[in-house]
Design a protein around this ligand. Structure first.
Ligand SMILES: [Zn+2]
Length: 256
């Protein structure tokens, strides 16, 4: 298991939105401290996604609109690059978690909202497909919010499916995920939009730290069923900063 991270992600002045919770100063500090203290996950440093990579999932107009905001473009293209690197690691047989911001699952082909800019997970999959490395993909998005952007960016690719689990409480949620993974199709890679805002002290008020381990373990089980075991995850939401580190670590321990 590898962690993908760049020190630039600690920067919090990239967002033009003063109410951008994903850009909160210090939001990623606890995550990286906790993962480094665990001592078992080497950290790999990404490069920014190229403009050509971004155009695999976005319109020229959307990319140009972000380019007009240089700080946002620098951060968002690096976040997309983090997802690309995590997907490459997965293809080489190494599970990976990309600790990046801005998140991506509300970024559609031609627009973005909800603290997102570029569709990180979708871009990583589209790049693998463009290179001929994969023909199908399965995405699981366990953020509190539906991955509308990921679904939009992947539309027109029927062999790429997105699963957003649901449930009113943790037990129902885990049961729903387990049942739907049991029916999930064969896929050449598993990609995970890892949002932590369904946490008991966050927006969703539903999942506990142990539930993130359980989610990771269910996803690992699906990847093992696929035999090739290719899997990577990319950070999406998660705004209760004091417990983000332990929740991400719990997920990684299950997913690794
Ligand atoms: Zn969310």
């Amino acid at each position: 298991m590898r962690v993908v991270f760049h020190e630039a992600f600690h920067g919090s002045d990239y967002s033009p939105d003063p109410y951008d919770n994903a850009a909160e100063p210090g939001r990623l500090v606890g995550i990286m401290e906790t993962l480094r203290k665990e001592g078992r996950y080497p950290v790999e440093t990404p490069s920014p996604a190229s403009r050509a990579d971004l155009l695999l999932g976005h319109s020229e107009e959307h990319v140009a609109a972000v380019e007009a905001q240089p700080r946002l473009y620098a951060m968002a293209s690096l976040a997309a690059g983090g997802a690309l690197l995590a997907a490459d690691l997965a293809m080489r047989g190494e599970p990976a978690f990309a600790c990046v911001r801005p998140p991506g699952h509300h970024a559609s082909r031609a627009s973005a909202w909800g603290h997102c800019t570029f569709s990180n997970v979708a871009l990583a999959l589209l790049k693998l497909r463009a290179s001929g490395a994969i023909r199908s993909a399965f995405v699981v998005d366990f953020d509190q919010h539906t991955g509308d952007g990921t679904m939009d960016a992947l539309r027109g690719w029927p062999e790429a499916q997105v699963l957003n689990p649901y449930g009113d409480n943790a037990a129902d949620y885990l049961r729903n995920l387990e049942e739907r993974l049991a029916q999930a199709p064969e896929a050449d890679i598993l990609a995970v939009s890892a949002g932590f805002d369904a946490y008991i002290h966050d927006l969703g008020r539903k999942l506990g730290t142990a539930d993130y381990f359980a989610i990771g373990r269910l996803l690992q089980g699906y990847a093992i069923r696929l035999r090739h075991q290719r899997r990577f995850a990319v950070l999406e939401g998660g705004y209760f900063i004091p417990d983000l580190g332990r929740n991400v670590l719990a997920f990684c321990r299950g997913f690794e």
